[in-house]
Write a protein that binds this ligand. Sequence first.
Ligand code: F6R
Ligand code: MG
Ligand code: MG
Length: 374
Amino acid sequence: MKTTLTLAKADIGSIGGHIRPSRRLLDAVARQIKRRKAGLISDFYMSHTGDDIAVLLVHKKGKNARAIHKFIWDVFVAASREAHKQGLYGAGQDLLKDAFSGNVKGLGPGVCELEFDERPNEPFLAFAADKTDPGAFNLPLYLAFADPMYNSGLMLSPSMFKGFRFTIMDVSHVGADRVIELDAPEEIYDIAALLRDNQRFVVESVASRGTGEQCVAVSTTRLHNIAGKYTGKDDPVMLVRVQGTFPATGEVLQPFGIGHFVAGFMRGSHVGPLMPVRINSAISWFDGPPVVSCLAFCVHRGKLTEPADAFDHPFWDHVRDNVSHKAMAMREQGFSGCAMLPYQELEYGGIVEKMEALDRRFRIRKEKSAKTRK
Ligand code: F6R
Ligand code: MG
Ligand code: MG
């Protein structure tokens, strides 16, 4: 029977602004999971990245299983009562609907899932990012699954010679999922043409063309589309199966050394470099910078090993320094040009009213006619 990994995240309240959840809130989430898990899941792991709590579940119920999604919803709803009780900031922020309706996608929490026959040893990575959006994973996924400059396995390992299939979602489409499948390496220019636009086109999944097996799943929620107004950025989570027929852990991690510029940062309206951080890190400077964490596990017969914190290594201290320099260089120019997102991505509605009011004050200057000028 297949094993399913479900990784869900929600911001249900934090201390001192959008910084990190309280210890008591994390305890409440763990308590709720333990209370409800019998007969449903075989293992779980809970962590936080910035103000988002991520819950990794292992089970046999498959993707989009109603019972699992209801479990996630109930856990977050019950724990958010604790957040309200404690007076945490933004308590229940990502729980956008009043009632469960079959799938937690579309209700606020971000979720991604992988279902597979366990290999004898099944290593995988669980990523979580804060103060950014799912497009933040576009470039690292392109580089790790389509570019031999980053993934030498594409040249060296026969099991990867056939390349990978990308499923890319148009997240601006509301109502139903609008997706396209493109194959690397033949269609890498088309893949790049879409993935350049991180706010519109987002990698939803990647599969091996050699075996047909899915190895990447990304949460593609747009809170904005669900709530119809600003509700925080869509801080994403991602699962990646690694090794063997898939890229090695280090090949998937390498692109995160770039600290590429992503959308998010303060008020979800800026551009900042993505900093790889240790698990359970908080947010700080200018409500940022945008951060990403990565836990590496093996799953065996439905049980998780302890996690290895993939960005907890001296190498990443150097990257973090570099990212801090990049962040400060960008912030020096404040609101100007590429330091902020384009108008339609500014997540605070106030700017719309301001622009409308200013628009009314513009006037067309009348050109003096040639006659009057004489
Ligand atoms: C960005 C984020 C924060 C808040 C900012 C203002 O995703 O969560 O930068 O936008 O702290 O928060 P509010 O509007 O709650 O005062
Ligand atoms: Mg928040
Ligand atoms: Mg967040």
